[in-house]
Design a protein around this ligand. Sequence first.
Ligand code: DAH
Length: 336
Amino acid sequence: MIDEASRLEADALAVIAQAGDHAELERIRTLYLGRRDGLVSGLLRGLGRMSPEDRPAAGAAANALKVAVAEALEGRRAELEATTALARPAVDLTLPPRRRWRGSVHPVSRAIADIWAIFRSLGFTRARGPEVDTEWYNFVALNTPLDHPATDEQDTLYLASGMLLRSHTSPVQIRTMEEYAPPIRIIAPGMVYRRDTYDATHTPAFAQIEGLVVDELATFVDLKATLAEFVRRFWGPAAQVRFRPSFFPFTEPSAEVDVKRVIERSDGRREEKGWIEIMGAGMVDPAVLENVGYDPERYTGWAFGMGPARVAMLRHGVADIRAFYENDMRFLAQFA
Ligand code: DAH
């Protein structure tokens, strides 16, 4: 019995020392110390069949075995604990924390928001219209006959249904006038679509901002004064505005509006930039007013349309419009 105990102890200590993880240790614990079928428990039960003289020494040996196995199990458990703790990745508390990713407003969206804020303070409200529209709204009601070059499939993206992707925001003029009586004073930003070549100054989808004023005495002087005020508020009081005669089917007379920016340099010197076209504008053609049921004898109107991406290019010195629409985060993050 005493031999048996020391043999069991030697075996137990050997397997415990080899145990690779906690699950294995638990299996060993059950094998030796398990209450019902454990080898050590079996040995203790055997004491009952022994003679009273042999019993005390055998009992002491069995108990010593039980304690030795329990201690060996606990020792190995602590050892395993320590090595797995070491294996865990070290936490370096001196490292700076990971920077939180912050979004920012897209530069074209910001240009739209800033342009809109200026016109809102000048008494304009915001209007919107659908991006999928009809030839009537996109062309005909705007005094643009369907044989006009602008309606050519080269420029306009038609859908199978016969509808089209609006090629400018001017159809919002028609929809607004159909819905409301004068006076009208609206700004309508939105996306427009054209079958253009994709290059440094053209993208097939781009933003436009439409403006429309209709009233009993809306004049070309109002148009010039309002747009000049806009340019000075957007680019600073030194910026200059120029109106060049132009043509649009829906305005008469029509103008293209150029801006000359004056940059204050860090050495205090002023740098004059060249003239750059930023929008088309003009007096609403009486035929357009007639198309929406307004009386052209009573009402006059003026309108304009500009490209906020163009404005954002000027503002940030970006030479290629595609950069705004390719959504390279390294580019966009510069405007955060
Ligand atoms: N719709 C014109 C375009 O896309 C821009 C434009 C010109 C809008 C003159 C107007 C305007 O409202 O009066 O090229």
